[in-house]
Design a protein around this ligand. Structure first.
Ligand SMILES: *Cc1c(COP(=O)(O)O)cnc(C)c1O
Length: 300
């Protein structure tokens, strides 16, 4: 099986801030890698889909919250590449499906709701056995799609960048995408991961763990920024909202409020504070997530 993706555009952002601080800023538009399965979730699924086919599995089972970009991507990927899909969804079922779950359902995903308590046990052998008893054999993709094969896919993200750059930035949930990116960097390049969930040090620990699984973390130049999560996942204030709207209008790049909006906000704050030396070239990875904007409107 082959998974084809188009050439990923690198879009330069030239505005008052980048010009004032003499920074070259580019956005790697991974959000344009697929019409439906856009962004890092397709990259993370790629080698998992190939492996599932190789193992002869016909069903993918995975986990996520009711607004999960990964659930949406897994459903569409299953449909496109010929797998049945089961989504184990955290929390209760509501009478009306939200836009994410509606999309998953319309792509043929079977939605299986579990309580928050049960969801917390989702990686235990007992829980997974109970799912096998219920649904038969499946290829398991963890929450967020984060596993070794996801890292393998994410190591390829930088190969689409046709220029030399100094710094690469990415929004982080589990940190798998950022870890894959960091593992692919050259010696003079540096990664900054923007944490979008609340919690001190959890992400740095996760990223160190992923990187030490495949390499020696001391060989890699990276840093996790915890300053721009705005209080946690899907938390937004007026300042962030205004920044995102302004950025979108000025640069014609859509952002989402959960991930890429916070990363870009953080990048601009760092540029404005003089954090980057003049003349540096920064690439911001647009990890997609735009389907979440529908859910965001639904939630608020
Ligand atoms: C899931 C997601 C991320 C985070 O990816 P991780 O590999 O879990 O860190 C970042 N951006 C978007 C848009 C996402 O959907």
């Amino acid at each position: 099986m082959e998974i084809q993706t188009p050439l990923i555009p690198l879009q330069e952002i030239k505005d008052a801030v980048t010009q004032k601080h003499a920074i070259r800023l580019f956005v790697l538009r991974l959000d344009l890698n697929h019409e439906l399965i856009s962004g890092n979730k397709l990259v993370k699924l790629k080698y998992n889909l190939i492996e599932a086919k190789r193992q002869g599995k016909d069903t993918l089972l995975t986990f996520g919250g009711a607004f999960s970009n990964h659930i949406a991507a897994a459903a569409a990927a299953g449909k496109e590449y010929g797998f049945k899909t089961i989504g184990v969804i955290r929390g209760e079922q509501y009478p009306e499906l939200n836009p994410t779950l509606k999309f998953a359902d319309s792509n043929g995903m079977h939605l299986h709701y579990v309580t928050r308590e049960a969801y917390r046990t989702k990686t235990t052998p007992e829980f997974i056995d109970s799912l096998r008893q219920k649904f038969g054999d499946f290829y398991l993709v963890p929450e967020g799609g984060s596993n070794d094969l996801a890292i393998k896919g994410c190591k390829e993200i930088t190969s689409d960048i046709p220029i030399d750059f100094d710094v690469i930035c990415s929004a982080c949930g589990t940190g798998a995408t950022f870890s894959g990116i960091v593992l692919s960097l050259k010696n003079h390049q540096r990664g900054i991961g923007f944490q979008i969930l609340k919690g001190e040090n959890y992400l740095q620990t996760e990223v160190n763990r992923w990187i030490s699984k495949f390499s020696d973390p001391s060989l890699h130049n990276y840093y996790v920024n915890e300053s721009f999560h705005f209080g946690g996942y899907a938390k937004v204030n007026l300042e962030l909202y205004r920044f995102v709207r302004h950025f979108e209008l000025e640069n014609n790049v859509p952002l989402d409020y959960c991930y890429t909006g916070k990363m870009m906000f953080g990048i601009y704050k760092l540029i404005q504070s003089g954090y980057f030396e003049k003349g540096k070239t920064i690439v911001a990875v647009h990890t997609g997530g735009l389907q979440g904007n529908e859910g965001f409107k639904w939630m608020n």
